[in-house]
Design a protein around this ligand. Structure first.
Ligand code: NAP
Length: 285
């Protein structure tokens, strides 16, 4: 068979509202080339009003599957045939698999965060305490992931306290052995809890362009050397949040390993092939 795209090539891709700077097409197509698979990963920039038609189009065009990104991870659930249990509980889908006309939804951000913590952070969650900044879709996947791994206490800090409260309400009954506490994203409440925490994760979008001079933490003195500090943002590679954490002696991780490991998991769902993790990640650093 000739190399390159041909009549048997299977199409996978990314659906989002503004995906021009996404790394996903690059990551997936690199993996496809490395393993000589007859797949091609394409970006599909979709307007809000067209989401339903775009998802229907997956069946019509016999696309094997797609990643779903901001701002469609929650909304897309209504257009799917089946949704895997953790994705349903989290309320967000980032991967769709087209199984001969049946659209199945998954959330591979959960595994992405879990593997990045274990393999890059060398961090064990069991019986630890974590402070999470933010209460949006990414926070829900991160919190679900550490609850599954047996975190002892989770402190959620969010500007909109009701959203943090909803996470507590949605997740508590599934993880009765862990305790979830909610707070406003303010210095006074942060101080005591970050002091006790082993893991601090920024899941807010503060630090992304154009907010690169901003940080979600109101006081850099709150960092301490016993923390693993994780920022889900990967562009810029080192946010002000991570720079200040590093200066305080904390170990840091940016969002690239999570993005990478969720990509590997999605890739496996579409192709049945699980690329080597850590080794391949080095290629993208
Ligand atoms: P989202 O659902 O829109 O949530 C955004 C969060 O940021 C909310 O908690 C929001 O607080 C908070 N926030 C935004 N601006 C704020 C401000 N000025 N002050 C205080 N809080 C503010 O978005 P998401 O999907 O969770 O994504 C969040 C971040 O995670 C993005 O940077 C995204 O790129 C990143 N992400 C990375 C990966 C990865 O693989 N590395 C995966 C998923 C997401 P309110 O609730 O009060 O609005």
């Amino acid at each position: 068979m000739k190399k390159g795209i041909n009549g048997k090539t299977k199409i996978i891709g990314l659906v989002g509202e503004n995906i021009k700077n996404s790394l996903s097409p690059y990551i997936h197509n690199r993996i496809i080339v490395k393993y000589s698979l007859n797949f091609c990963y394409l970006p599909f920039q979709v307007k809000k009003a067209d989401l339903n038609n775009a998802i229907e189009g997956i069946k019509a065009l016999n696309i094997k599957g797609v990643n779903i990104t901001f701002p469609y991870k929650e909304k897309v659930i209504g257009f799917l045939d089946e949704v895997e249990e953790s994705a349903r509980r989290i309320g967000a889908v980032n991967t769709i698999v087209n199984n001969e006309g049946v659209l199945n939804g998954y959330n591979t951000d959960v595994v992405g965060f879990k593997r990045s913590l274990q393999e890059v952070g060398e961090f064990t969650v069991k019986r630890k305490k974590a402070a999470i900044l933010g209460g949006g879709g990414a926070a829900r996947a991160v919190i679900y992931s550490i609850l599954e791994e047996g975190i002892e206490e989770v402190y959620i800090f969010n500007r909109t306290l009701e959203k943090a409260g909803k996470i507590k309400q949605d997740f508590s009954s599934f993880f009765p052995e862990s305790s979830i506490y909610i707070f406003p994203l303010e210095k006074e409440s942060l101080k005591d809890k970050i002091n006790k925490a082993h893991l601090l994760v920024n899941t807010t979008s503060i630090g992304m362009p154009p907010q690169v001079n901003n940080t979600p933490l109101p006081d850099e003195k709150l960092f301490h050397p016993n923390l693993l500090v994780y920022d889900l943002i990967y562009h810029p590679a080192k946010t002000l949040f991570l720079k200040q954490a590093e200066e305080a002696g904390a170990k840091i991780i940016n969002g690239l390993p999570m993005l990478f490991y969720q990509a590997i998991e999605s890739f496996y769902l579409w192709t049945g092939l699980k690329p080597e993790g850590k080794e391949l990640l080095e290629v993208f650093r």
